[in-house]
Each structure stands twice: as structure tokens, then as C-alpha cells.
Ligand binder design. Structure first.
Ligand SMILES: NC(=O)c1ccc[n+]([C@@H]2O[C@H](COP(=O)([O-])OP(=O)(O)OC[C@H]3O[C@@H](n4cnc5c(N)ncnc54)[C@H](OP(=O)(O)O)[C@@H]3O)[C@@H](O)[C@H]2O)c1
Length: 327
């Protein structure tokens, strides 16, 4: 009997096997052929990216299970690998801070434990088991500088040395990225200011800036998850490794996104801008602003959209609440 995907929710233990036996009780529409050549082990079940990855696997018929181990606990990771026997491991786990990265400034040891010790431990367990680890990292390790000035169109490349350590979160992410370079089984995906079509999600960059009292207005590279998370799965299938700027090509500014929001969602939206200096007074740690050079990813995936086109296609058009202007 061919295994099929089910729409059953994940059990409380966090392990969700997608290979359930075909059941006559399941409606035909729920049946989907599973790909027997793949089995993903995903860390970050309760997180934003990890949750979306599981949903994508279900949609694409890829068998997966969530890891139940903690990243810094080597034996728990080894037990997960032994039990799941994955073909690939996705690491979408780590501390990002709640309500934001400022948390990491006052929780440095916890930040090191998960993001440095934990990430390295998982990479090493994968290495010892001959597995590729798709690692969701960050591009917030760069900031505009003289060689990459704002508005120049010159983005930071994969081989550039991080120049932003204004927050403890970014500092440790840059350190671990450097160490991970030595692991030939790791695919580092530098995510930035992730955006998804779920505008209710408080982690979404758009939901954040829409509810802030004041926002800066700086062009940045960003990651449209609806378009790029499926690309991360394709990258695993292609067994790609190394460092990748994982952003849509080009930049978009805060005000440009607010203008799109006005056009597609709420014509009444208004906002107040403030400067980086004024912003610094209401946050603990500095935030990075940069343009990433996405040409390596675009060469591998030529169909990938530029950031503004992707925002409209994957985020604003599906959420449109206003009437489209007649031509
Ligand atoms: N969201 C962003 O703005 C952003 C931007 C760039 C890059 N990234 C990176 O992308 C990755 C995923 O981000 P996200 O936004 O999905 O994060 P998230 O929503 O904060 O989720 C983090 C996940 O990691 C798990 N976790 C934390 N510490 C762990 C540990 N020691 N062992 C095992 N699991 C642990 C959490 O589980 P528990 O709740 O059980 O601890 C949770 O499932 C992170 O590495 C993040 O740095 C995120």
C-alpha cells in the first residue's frame, strides 16, 4: 500500500511521522504520494520558520519529523538522528529573543548555549552521520559601509566578512557562521527581515512595522518566506552546501512597504518616521541595515522574483482588501 500524507495534527511529543498507512476513512483529496527518497528531520517545531517548513513538507509530500532534542544536548540529537534516519536535517531552531533580539543582551549565556554551542553541536552530529544540515542563519551580520553604501546597489557577498556586531545576537551569529564554514556538510542560509503572507503573525516584519508608533525608513534586503522556504527545500534536494545570501534580489524600504500596505490593505494607514539616532533611544541593541547580493541564489534559481515583485505576488495580492484600480 502506498503511504499517504494525512491532515492529522502533530502529536504532543513533537514527532510527526508523515508516513501513515492509507486509510479508507481519509478523503481521496487528502491522499498524496510521499517521496520515499527523502526524510527531513526539522528542528524548531514551535518556531515560525520551523512550523512553516513542516507545513510545506506536508504540502509537497515529503516525509518529515520534528526533532525533540535540545540543540546543546548532543546525545538527544544523536537519538533523534538514530530514530528518524533522515536524509537531511533542517535547523530552524535557535534563540531569537522575545519580544525581540534585545532579550539576548541580558541573556548572553542562553544565547551562546542555543545559537553557538547548539548550532555547532547539531552541525557536528550531522557531519558524523554524513548528513547535510540546512541552517537558517541571518544576514543581520552586515551593515552599510563605505564599500557598500546605502543606495549603491552594491550588496554584501557570501565571502564578505561580517562587519556588524551591534547586537549580541548578531555577534554570536557571525561567530558561529565563521566556524560553520569549516563544515562541508552545512548549507548556511542568511535570512533577513523575514516576511510571510500571514499578516496576523506578530513576527512578520510587515505586522511589526505596521503596529510600531514610529519607524525608520531604510532600504534593506529581505526574505519572502512564501517564495524562499520552498527554495530551501529544493536546495536540500540538490544537496547544496556553503554560504548563501537567502534574500530576494534588491532592496525595499520601510516606507515603500507601508505604501504597498496602504494600496492593498488599508488606505487609511498613516505612520511617523524617525531617524536611526531617535530609534536608538527606544531599543537596547543596534539593528543592522544592509543590502545583500543575492546573485548566487538567483543564478541557482533564475525564476526567483525581486523583492518588490515577490512582496506583491506572495504577500499583498493574496491579502488584498482594497479594490484593484481599474485600468
Ligand atoms: N525571525 C527573524 O526575524 C529571523 C531573521 C533572520 C534569521 N532568523 C533565524 O532563523 C531561525 C528561525 O527563526 P524563527 O523566527 O523561526 O525563530 P522562533 O520563532 O523564535 O523559533 C525558534 C525555535 O527554536 C527552538 N529552540 C530555541 N532554542 C532551542 C534549543 N536550545 N534547542 C532546540 N530548540 C530550540 C524554539 O523551541 P522552544 O520554544 O521549545 O525553545 C523554537 O521552536 C533562527 O535561527 C533565527 O535566528 C530569524
Amino acid at each position: 500500500m502506498a503511504p499517504v500524507a494525512s491532515a492529522m495534527p502533530a502529536p504532543a511529543n513533537g514527532v510527526h511521522s508523515q508516513e501513515v498507512e492509507e486509510s479508507p476513512a481519509l478523503p481521496a483529496v487528502a491522499a498524496k504520494k510521499m517521496d520515499p527518497s527523502l526524510k527531513f528531520l526539522i528542528y524548531g517545531r514551535t518556531g515560525w520558520l520551523g512550523g512553516l517548513l513542516g507545513k510545506l513538507c506536508e504540502k509537497q509530500g515529503i516525509p518529515y519529523e520534528y526533532g525533540s532534542g535540545r540543540l546543546e544536548n548532543r546525545s538527544s540529537l544523536e537519538a533523534d538522528v538514530a530514530a528518524v534516519k533522515p536524509t537531511h536535517v533542517f535547523n530552524a531552531a535557535g534563540v531569537t529573543g522575545r519580544p525581540n533580539v534585545d532579550w539576548c543582551e541580558s541573556h548572553k549565556v542562553e544565547t551562546i548555549r542555543a545559537n553557538v554551542v547548539g548550532t555547532l553541536t547539531l552541525a557536528d552530529v550531522c557531519k558524523q552521520n554524513g548528513l547535510i544540515m540546512m541552517n537558517f542563519a541571518t544576514g543581520c551580520i552586515f551593515e552599510y559601509d563605505e564599500k557598500h553604501p546605502l543606495g549603491s546597489g552594491i550588496g554584501f557577498k557570501e565571502e564578505d566578512t561580517p562587519n556588524f556586531a551591534g547586537s549580541y545576537y548578531s555577534k554570536t551569529k557571525a561567530m558561529v557562521e565563521d566556524l560553520l564554514r569549516e563544515f562541508d556538510n552545512v548549507c548556511t542560509l542568511r535570512v533577513r527581515m523575514p516576511i510571510s503572507s500571514d499578516l496576523q503573525n506578530p513576527r512578520n516584519f510587515i505586522s511589526k512595522i505596521v503596529r510600531y508608533q514610529k519607524i525608520v525608513d531604510i532600504p534593506n534586503s529581505m526574505t519572502i518566506l512564501d517564495e524562499l522556504l520552498p527554495i530551501s527545500i529544493e536546495m536540500a534536494k540538490r544537496n547544496l552546501t556553503g554560504i548563501w545570501n537567502f534574500t530576494n534580489p534588491g532592496v525595499v524600504s520601510h516606507n515603500e512597504i507601508m505604501e504597498m500596505y496602504k494600496e492593498y490593505i488599508d488606505p487609511e494607514l498613516s505612520w511617523v518616521n524617525f531617524t536611526i539616532e531617535e530609534q536608538a533611544k527606544v531599543i537596547v541593541a543596534a539593528r543592522s541595515n544592509n543590502e545583500m547580493d543575492a546573485s548566487k541564489l538567483a543564478k541557482e534559481f533564475p525564476e526567483m522574483l525581486g523583492i518588490k515583485e515577490s512582496l506583491i505576488k506572495f504577500v499583498f495580492a493574496p491579502n488584498r482588501k482594497t479594490k484593484a484600480a481599474s485600468k
